[in-house]
Design a protein around this ligand. Structure first.
Ligand SMILES: Nc1nc2c(ncn2[C@@H]2O[C@H](COP(=O)(O)OP(=O)(O)OP(=O)(O)O)[C@@H](O)[C@H]2O)c(=O)[nH]1
Length: 395
């Protein structure tokens, strides 16, 4: 490499492949990454890095709202006379991309839906390898993640994963912030919904604080992949191609066993106390998780598992053996799991809010699947959920 050439940040073999073609579509789907994070966590810093570094990808970064062109020119040091911001009222999207020197594209997606993003991607000159959509100001990423995932079959985009950037110095306070009428705060929802988390600003915290933050975060979401970053810097190959929604290894379920600080236990917090729990979580945390280990199931038990999931996620009720459904089941934000059957097959479970999918694992990927287990993340998740499941499925 010549001295004046910018460094290549990615190994060639870590460049993500484009998504697979589907039978219904003659063009390959473009992977999409959703980016969440609390105010000031380091999202813009990450996006600026993506938009300006020499990484060899053509990435379309859709920012929730990047203000006027003066801002962009200031931030990205690339004046563009041709930029026309898309207008949500007229859905004009034709010239809304700002082309950057490294081949990336930047656009505003404020109030625009998936169709508009797909349209922009399809019309981008020279195509796009990857799309990153920033969900700034979104109080609850769950429904948005669900929408992108649900749209996959018919659309041009394939959801790769949800990345959350947190400020390691302030995240424990942010997780503890109270909201009105028992609402779950945004920071907890963002952590619960994420597949990958960047514990950013590690330069500002002591190692003890960082490990407390990490264990707290993992308690909220035991399936997370965690990266420690400064200035949101990390190899993009580890940020993209997570395949959280399409690959048996991508769910993070396998890691959940060793990473959960209280493995196989439920985490429930007493709302009446303000002091912190041993794991760093304040007692009034609304999000709880439970991990249910599963032995190899009979096909009957597998059918009962599906019935349980349908009733829990679609009706928000618990099914009972007599065919009735009880009220007041928990509000689930994410569901993940591996299910192995006595007939030798394995299935991977992935769920966002009320939507879930059980996919049989191809023989070639069997070694990626760990022991059978289910992980539920949400409000009100705990001992009762586990007990009801065990009883209904007959474990
Ligand atoms: N010390 C330190 N500062 C950082 C780091 N990462 C980002 N910052 C600074 O933190 C501030 C906020 O970063 P942004 O990237 O704007 O955060 P954001 O998540 O986009 O914030 P919003 O747009 O308000 O949601 C900026 O001043 C950054 O320079 C880091 O790792 N260490």
């Amino acid at each position: 490499m010549a001295d004046d050439e910018p460094p290549q940040l990615l190994e060639l073999d870590s460049v993500p492949e484009a998504g697979p073609s589907t039978k219904n579509y003659d063009r390959p789907k473009v992977p999409i990454t959703l980016l969440t994070g609390y105010l000031g966590a380091g999202k813009s810093t990450l996006l600026q890095y993506i938009l300006t570094a020499e990484h060899g990808y053509k990435i379309a970064v859709c920012m929730n709202d990047f203000g006027d062109t003066t801002d962009i020119e200031g931030v990205y040091r690339h004046p563009s006379k041709s930029l026309t911001l898309s207008d949500p009222t007229t859905q004009t999207t034709s010239s809304s991309f700002l082309s950057l020197p490294n081949g990336c594209l930047c656009c505003s997606v404020k109030d625009l839906g998936i169709a508009a993003i797909e349209e922009m991607v399809a019309s981008a000159p020279g195509g796009v390898d990857w799309v990153v959509v920033e969900l700034t100001g979104v109080a609850d990423p769950g429904p948005i993640v669900r929408t992108f995932w649900a749209n996959e079959e018919m659309g041009d985009l394939m959801l790769d994963g949800v990345i959350c950037v947190v400020d390691s110095r302030n995240v424990l306070t942010q997780l503890a912030e109270e909201r009105e009428a028992g609402e779950i705060n945004e920071c907890q929802k963002q952590v619960a919904c994420a597949d990958v988390i960047l514990l950013n600003k590690v330069d500002l915290v002591k190692p003890e604080q960082l490990s407390k933050v990490e264990s707290t975060i993992r308690t909220l979401n035991p399936t997370l992949r965690v990266h420690h970053t400064t200035q949101s810097r990390m190899p993009l190959g580890d940020l993209f191609n997570i395949r959280a929604f399409s690959d048996s290894a991508g769910t993070g379920v396998r890691e959940s066993q060793s990473q959960t600080p209280h493995n196989n236990h439920d985490h429930q917090y007493d709302h009446d106390h303000e002091h912190e729990h041993d794991d760093g979580l304040p007692h009034h945390s609304k999000i709880t998780t439970t991990l249910i280990p599963l032995p190899p199931l009979t096909s009957f038990q597998f059918a009962k598992t599906k019935e349980f999931l349908e009733t829990l996620l679609w009706d928000r009720k618990y099914p009972s053996a007599e065919g009735s459904k009880t009220n007041s089941a928990p509000e689930i934000l994410r569901t993940k799991g591996y299910i192995t059957l006595q007939d030798g097959t394995s299935h991977v479970l992935q769920g966002v809010v009320d939507l879930f999918e059980l996919k049989e694992v191809p023989k070639s990927e069997k070694e990626k699947v760990g022991d059978g287990k289910l992980v539920f993340i949400g409000r009100g998740v705990g001992e009762e959920l586990k007990a009801r499941f065990v009883e209904f499925v007959g474990l």
